[in-house]
Design a protein around this ligand. Structure first.
Ligand SMILES: *Cc1c(COP(=O)(O)O)cnc(C)c1O
Length: 342
């Protein structure tokens, strides 16, 4: 197959059969988007192909974006948009502490990220108003505007080409994490436009208010249109299923099923993170075990490039500016009190 080299990443990414985790009635496959770039891969690279090109088309000098303190999107943008000559500033929100999340922020700072903490939604708008200047292009969390989402329309089209070339069978279901939604939305638009019968199971890893079926479907329809594809909106809506049952306490808090899925993925040679991929892979394993489909494709979205090279010269955790260190929450939120018995 032709090796397509994007401006930033290298494509196609491999599709692999996870024989050890398949059953006689269900084959589990993986799409290795962890390997979109050797320096820093994962799902944000495909979005950045479009985001960086659009920033340049607009004559922007800086991308201003938003994310959790240890956001992969912020790190990926700092690295890849930075290499394209764009400045990157991010407004960062609190999230549960993990060594992985803290390392993402440390690496971003080492690469020149301008980080601005915000204490909540209202503060975010105040910070944005304060830092914004001429030549900025504001990109939403996760890079999931219509432009970024087109990167995953490309991803689905790449998979369709791999299916046609015999690299893997057509999956009945693609299982993918649902955060800001661009990944699931782009895949959804792309599989419908390519004439695949594949359904998309989007595993919600943020609260209901931040991601849902309606938003994802709307984004898919808009991205299909921008990509010049013919994908009917009703067909798109019918192909999506959102599963919120793996979230646990909320964004970034680990779950037991996620930890178990991480151990099983490790045996198959895949490294997962607690926030996104552990919960999503747990959902994929449950589908396989229930025999709910014959061919399941888990779309791997976490970079598997080693972070150490990006941490050269980075501040240690103890050296983080206190206003940034404070963004990492160490205590789980209190569960709501039990209802009063009157
Ligand atoms: C950002 C991210 C996601 C979620 O993708 P969205 O397009 O924001 O829904 C999933 N997995 C990983 C590892 C991510 O960094």
């Amino acid at each position: 197959m032709v090796r397509i080299v994007g401006v930033i990443g290298s494509y196609p990414t491999a599709v692999e059969h996870l024989a050890g985790l398949s059953t006689p009635t269900c084959d589990l496959w993986v799409k290795r988007d962890d390997q979109t770039h050797p320096g820093y891969g994962g799902n944000k690279v495909r979005k950045l192909e479009h985001l960086v090109a659009e920033a340049q088309r607009r004559g922007a000098r800086r991308i201003v974006t938003i994310g959790a303190a240890g956001s992969h999107h912020v790190l990926a943008t700092t690295l890849h948009a930075g290499r394209a000559g764009l400045g990157v500033a991010a407004i960062l929100m609190h999230q549960p502490w993990s060594a992985h999340a803290a390392a993402n922020l440390r690496a971003g700072l080492a690469l020149g990220l301008e980080a601005h903490p915000a204490s909540g939604m209202a503060d975010l708008l105040r910070v944005l108003a304060r830092i914004r200047r001429e030549g900025d292009w504001v990109v939403p969390p996760g890079g999931s505007n219509i432009v970024g989402t087109c990167g995953y329309v490309d991803g689905a089209r790449e998979l369709a080409a791999q299916i046609r070339a015999g690299a893997c069978p057509e999956p009945e279901v693609i299982v993918v994490a649902l955060g800001s939604g661009g990944t699931a939305a782009g895949l959804l638009a792309g599989v419908v436009a390519e004439g695949l019968a594949t359904r998309v199971l989007a595993v919600r890893i943020v609260g209901k208010a931040l991601a849902g079926g309606a938003r994802t479907t709307a984004l898919a329809i808009a991205a299909a249109r921008r990509s010049g594809l013919d994908a009917g909106s009703i067909a798109i809506a019918r192909r999506l299923e959102v599963d919120g049952s793996w979230l646990g306490r909320g964004y970034g808090w680990p779950t037991q099923s996620g930890d178990e899925a991480t151990a099983r993925a490790g045996e198959a040679g895949l490294a997962l993170d607690p926030t996104y991929t552990a919960k999503t892979f747990a959902a994929a394993l449950a589908l396989v075990e229930r025999g709910a489909a014959r061919r399941v494709l888990y779309w791997h979205t976490l970079s598997s490039a080693p972070l150490e090279p990006l941490l050269a010269g980075a501040p240690s955790e103890a050296e983080l500016p206190p206003e940034l260190a404070r963004l990492f929450v160490r205590e789980a939120p209190r569960l709501p009190p039990p209802p009063q018995m009157l």
